[in-house]
Ligand binder design. Structure first.
Ligand code: ZN
Length: 283
C-alpha cells in the first residue's frame, strides 16, 4: 500500500474530481490500510476511476505494473499484518515504547507475546525489563524461526501481536517479519538499535524498514551536554560489535560529543597499547 501511495500520490489531485484538494491522496490512503478498506477501494468507483485514468498514463506506469499492483492489493486481502519498527541509540526508551505498545494491544483484547535475544542475560531470561524498571514475561531465543515450535503452533496461530526486543541480535529478522505480517496476519512490533557503537548498520534492523508500516526513531539525552542524543558511544577500547553492557560500557551522545568522544577513546587506546608494547619490550 505504501508503495502504491508513493507512486500515485503526486498526480492524484488531478486524477479524481471526486476528492477535493483538502483531501490529499496520501491521507486518504493512509487511512485505508486495513483489509476492509482495501476491499472498499476495489469497490470504490473513485478508485476504479483512478485506475482507468492511470492505465492511460503509459509514461508513468505500464499496464503490467498496474496488473501486478492489482494482484498485490488482492493478495493483501487475505492478511492484516503490520510491522512497526522502533529504533534509536541505547537509553532512548525503545524497550519502554515497545512494552507500552504491547500493553495497549493487550488492553484491546489482543493476544501478545514478546521475544528477546538470549544473548542479553542482564535481567534474566524469562522477563523483559526497561531501564526504568517495568517488567513483562518474554521468550528469550537464539533465533526467531524457532519461536513457533517453542510456543506450540496452536498457541502461535492464536497470537495477534509479536513484540521483538533487541532485534539487532536476530539474523532471521527479515524472514520472520515477512512471514508473520505478510502471510500470518500478525502485528509485529520491533525494537532495536539501528546503529552500533561505530554508527554502522546493526544486524538486520535496517533491512526491515522497507517492510514496515511505521518507523519511529527515538533519541536519548547526551550524557555530556544534555542535548538530544542520536548515537551510542562505547566507553571502552573493546572492538567486537556485540558487547553486551549497560551504562558501564555505553553512553548516549549527541553528534558533537560522539565525534569528540571517539577521538578521546582512540587516543586512550593508543596510549594503552603503546604502554603495553613498552612493558613487553622491557621483559
Ligand atoms: Zn552532547
Amino acid at each position: 500500500m505504501l508503495r502504491m501511495k508513493s507512486l500515485l500520490s503526486p498526480s492524484f489531485s488531478t486524477l479524481s474530481p471526486h476528492l477535493t484538494k483538502t483531501t490529499p491522496f496520501s491521507l486518504y490512503f493512509l487511512a485505508s490500510k486495513s483489509i476492509l478498506c482495501n476491499s472498499q477501494i476495489l469497490k470504490n468507483p473513485n478508485c476504479l476511476h483512478i485506475k482507468s485514468t492511470i492505465s492511460s498514463m503509459k509514461p508513468l506506469m505500464s499496464s503490467n505494473s498496474i496488473q501486478s499492483r492489482r494482484v498485490q492489493i488482492e493478495a493483501s486481502q487475505s492478511s492484516s499484518g503490520e510491522i512497526h519498527v522502533i529504533v534509536g541509540p541505547m537509553f532512548a526508551g525503545k524497550t519502554t515504547t515497545l512494552l507500552r505498545r504491547v500493553q495497549s494491544e493487550t488492553s484491546n483484547g489482543r493476544k501478545v507475546a514478546i521475544i528477546k535475544s538470549n544473548k542479553d542475560t542482564r535481567y534474566g531470561l524469562d522477563s523483559i525489563v526497561t531501564h526504568d524498571g517495568v517488567k513483562l514475561p518474554c521468550w528469550a531465543l537464539a533465533d526467531l524461526s524457532s519461536f513457533r515450535e517453542k510456543l506450540g503452533s496452536d498457541a502461535y496461530d492464536e497470537l495477534d501481536v509479536i513484540g521483538i526486543d533487541e532485534a539487532q541480535f536476530f539474523g532471521d529478522l527479515y524472514e520472520f517479519c515477512c512471514k508473520a505480517a505478510d502471510h500470518e496476519g500478525k502485528t509485529v512490533i520491533v525494537a532495536g538499535l539501528d546503529g552500533d557503537y561505530l554508527r554502522r548498520s546493526f544486524g538486520s534492523v535496517l533491512d526491515i524498514i522497507p517492510l514496515a508500516d511505521s518507523v519511529t526513531k527515538l533519541t536519548a539525552r547526551c550524557e555530556i551536554c544534555g542535548k538530544r542524543a542520536f548515537f551510542t558511544l562505547r566507553k571502552t577500547a573493546e572492538t567486537k560489535t556485540e558487547l553486551i553492557g549497560g551504562a558501564d560500557v555505553y553512553m548516549p551522545v549527541c553528534r558533537q560529543h560522539y565525534v569528540s568522544g571517539q577521538v578521546v577513546i582512540e587516543e586512550a587506546t593508543r596510549i594503552v597499547l603503546e604502554s603495553q608494547k613498552v612493558q613487553c619490550g622491557e621483559k
